[in-house]
Design a binder for this molecule. Structure first.
Ligand code: ZN
Length: 131
């Protein structure tokens, strides 16, 4: 259950160890996200995506936080491991497979082309920090 204030919401998705039992936690609805969807995922050793898929509008970013495996886009397969960040355009036909140690990763979906400025230029720095 998320806690929310006027300008924030916070949830706890649980430990990655627990995630190995549930396999996926979606954060979007609970946090009330309006610009992206975020999921935390666990893929057991040797397991892979149940299907190939593309998206209509959203690009996806996969961030591997533990383990390793392979990622395939449009028939091209490449290795991924802890620290890998993979961006896939909506039309990319994709699937992934975990290696011998399994894999935990974060997936972020956002509408392709929706980020129209650098986050560096979107931040507003206040002149005085409250004590
Ligand atoms: Zn997807």
């Amino acid at each position: 259950m998320a806690t929310a204030g006027k300008n924030y919401s916070v949830m706890n998705a649980g430990t990655f160890e627990k995630l190995r039992e549930t396999h996926r936690v979606m954060a979007g609805k609970e946090l009330g996200l309006t610009g992206c969807e975020i999921s935390l995922n666990s893929m057991a050793a040797g397991h892979g995506s149940p299907f190939l898929h593309t998206h209509t509008l959203n690009e996806e970013v996969y961030i591997v936080v533990r383990g390793s495996g392979t990622y395939t886009v449009d028939g091209e397969t490449f290795p991924i491991e802890e620290g890998s960040i993979v961006r896939v355009a909506p039309a990319g036909v994709r699937e992934m497979k975990a290696g011998a140690d399994g894999m935990e990763y974060i997936c972020i979906q956002a509408q392709a082309g929706s980020l129209t400025q650098s986050t560096e230029h979107d931040g507003v720095i206040y002149p005085v920090k409250d004590a």
